[in-house]
Design a protein around this ligand. Structure first.
Ligand code: GLN
Length: 456
């Protein structure tokens, strides 16, 4: 009831949700009944979870933020959604997002723009802006998002919450609407690292429905976290932290840089060995990501043809039916990506763009491997700026893309990364949160959570 009261008060201003479940109270009563029957409860019993609208859900619409799927109700749950339900969580609703995950501000949603709870004239980040705003405003306890190039970490940074992008393969993608399949990952939003650890454990593991999901064991992340009262014993002593040189300085707000530097000093104070590390291919990540993500999107989105999937607009013959259904259903950013991707993949340009971008991807992977051989974790800002004003970048796609510089490399390499709030930059009379990004080796989420937890 408390969450609902807050949701009703804040939602008219924030617009985090595209759909609020009618069954929340009924689901809560089911849990009460289980308690009365002395049944064992799941780890998420009674926890209100918001779900990004590109994750398929039974009994609720799933639009992916797109007109083309308006009113679509999937006949199944995404694996991550099924897993939270099986652990007795209550789904509060579906959160707003940039159409199919393409965007960094939620302004590319077909339906509404979500506001940042810290300053409603600003964006919450994207594409999982609804999920991050909902947790920041405590409209729900935790939420699920997706991160193909930063869509969990950048909005977590803008909204001052914890955001976790797991290793590629850690969480099943089954039921996540495909954008850039080689980089898509289901991720978690929470108001503490402990909550993120609990949620990650709940959704991780092998799934026969996703051939890229990993068979490796899922640790109990919560038991790996160091209790706060052991802080005096310097539990992080000797941990080697690398500050990525290319992420501080030119093109990064001075307030963001100084906040991250202060975070690095704090890690040093608590016993870590902090040094600078250079990732030489860092700046190449952005063009490589946008070529690969658009290429994969152009192929993945061909399923929305008004016949197999997507709302249909009738026409005289089949080809025009495809054409008008897609022209009508997709928004401008999605069309731009399909055009860019189709161009990059076309016969005459394949070597010049797609193949080149794949070669760059290998370089990025190698430079992370080297840096993570010499350091236990790497740190950087999660975004070069704090949350910007609604409308500020909407007419300048390149400026919008450039804001993803801190996050896309991690997806190219498939690595896990945790973002947590580590300070504020004053803007007029509001303080805007700054997120610290911790990057680790594949399947070593436990270490990131351990460091992040101590940091809180
Ligand atoms: N902003 C990036 C893009 O538009 C990343 C999106 C994402 O991670 N889904 O592609």
């Amino acid at each position: 009831e408390e969450y609902f009261t807050r949701l009703n008060q804040t939602e008219p201003l924030l617009k985090s949700f595209l759909h609020v479940s009618e069954n929340v109270m009924r689901d809560a009563e089911e849990i009460d009944k289980k308690i009365a029957r002395n049944e064992e409860l799941g780890i998420l019993a009674g926890v209100l979870v918001g779900v990004k609208d590109n994750l398929c859900t039974l009994n609720m619409p799933s639009t992916g933020g797109s007109r083309i799927l308006e009113n679509y109700r999937p006949p199944f749950d995404a694996t991550a959604v099924r897993m939270v339900r099986e652990r007795d969580a209550i789904l509060i609703g579906k959160t707003n997002m940039d159409e199919f995950g393409m965007g960094s501000s939620t302004e590319a949603s077909s339906f509404q723009i979500t506001a940042n709870p810290w300053d409603v004239s600003r964006v919450p980040g994207g594409s999982s802006g609804g999920s991050s705003a909902a947790v920041a405003a405590r409209q729900c306890a935790v939420s699920l998002g997706s991160d193909s190039g930063g869509s969990v970490r950048q909005p977590a940074s803008f909204c001052g919450v914890v955001g976790l992008k797991p290793t590629y393969g850690r969480v099943s993608r089954y039921g996540l609407m495909a954008y850039a399949s080689s980089m898509d990952a289901v991720g978690c939003f929470a108001s503490s690292v402990m909550d993120a650890a609990i949620l990650l454990r709940a959704i991780s593991g092998h799934d026969t429905q996703d051939a890229t999901s990993c068979k490796c064991e899922v640790p109990d992340y919560t038991t790996e976290l160091v209790p706060k009262d052991l802080l005096g014993s310097e539990p992080l002593k000797g941990l080697r932290v690398g500050v990525i040189r290319e992420t501080l300085g030119d093109g990064v707000d001075t307030g963001v840089t100084s906040t991250i530097q202060a975070a690095a000093s704090h890690l040093e104070e608590i016993g870590c060995t902090v040094t600078e590390v250079s990732l030489s291919s860092f700046s190449l990540g952005l063009p490589s990501y946008y070529i690969l993500a658009s290429s994969e999107a152009s192929s993945n989105l061909s399923r929305y043809d008004g016949v197999r999937y997507g709302n249909q607009v009738l026409a005289d013959e089949l080809r025009s039916l495809y054409g008008v259904s897609r022209a009508n259903g997709f928004g401008p950013e999605v069309k731009r990506r399909i055009l860019m991707g189709t161009y990059a993949l076309s016969a005459g340009y394949y070597d010049q763009y797609y193949k080149r971008a794949q070669q760059v991807r290998t370089l990025v992977q190698k430079s992370f491997k080297k840096a993570l051989g010499e350091h236990d974790i790497l740190i950087s800002p999660a975004a070069p700026t704090t949350a910007y004003k609604i409308g500020e970048k909407v007419d300048d796609p390149l400026a919008m893309y450039a804001g993803d510089i801190m996050t896309v490399n991690v997806n190219l390499a498939g690595l896990p990364a945790l973002v947590l709030p580590c300070g504020f930059v004053q803007s007029g009379d509001v303080g805007l949160p700054v997120g610290l990004q911790l990057i680790g080796s594949a399947f070593d989420e436990a270490k990131l959570l351990r460091v992040g937890h101590i940091f809180e």
